[in-house]
Design a protein around this ligand. Sequence first.
Ligand SMILES: Cc1cc2nc3c(=O)[nH]c(=O)nc-3n(C[C@H](O)[C@H](O)[C@H](O)COP(=O)(O)O)c2cc1C
Length: 169
Amino acid sequence: MKKIALIYSFNTTKSKNAAKKIIAEIGEDKIDSLNAEEITGEEFLKYDKYILSLPTWFDGELPNYWDEFVPELEDLPLKGKTFALFGLGDQKNYAENFGDAVGIMAEIIEQAGGKIIGSTEVEGYTFENSKALRDGKFVGLLLDQDNQAKLSGKRIKDWVASIGQLLLK
Ligand SMILES: Cc1cc2nc3c(=O)[nH]c(=O)nc-3n(C[C@H](O)[C@H](O)[C@H](O)COP(=O)(O)O)c2cc1C
């Protein structure tokens, strides 16, 4: 069984902590951690299963390190590859752009032929708008360490349970 690539910025604190919780929940032996700030297309393509960390920055944008990789990512053949996305956001101070980065990346991946799993319910969040919304659900897992840190543990547990397809393939 091939490992899952969990790609996050090693230089963050909050996203890194969430990534570590996800790793603990899934099992360290099943995951390779890769630094989003150094990822190359060649390394990326070695995997078939991915979990990507996508915190939203700059009023509804991807952080710089993902922005830098996106032009290369857009040209990679992602057909047959499966992705689960999670992202930190702040629903109170950025209610109009809550978790947008997850939606932005979902679009990029699907354009390149990748499949996304792991959508989640919006119940329990209060926000105005989000690019992560699709048919009334979030296209990935949204975590809000700024306002709902206490809920993140259970949200991660439930999400990991729901992405069995990624874990068992
Ligand atoms: C300058 C700035 C802009 C932000 N913009 C957004 C935003 O548009 N939408 C959102 O949901 N969160 C936004 N946030 C909140 C961050 O996503 C949140 O604090 C997250 O936990 C950061 O995680 P990280 O430090 O691991 O990158 C912003 C935070 C800052 C400081």
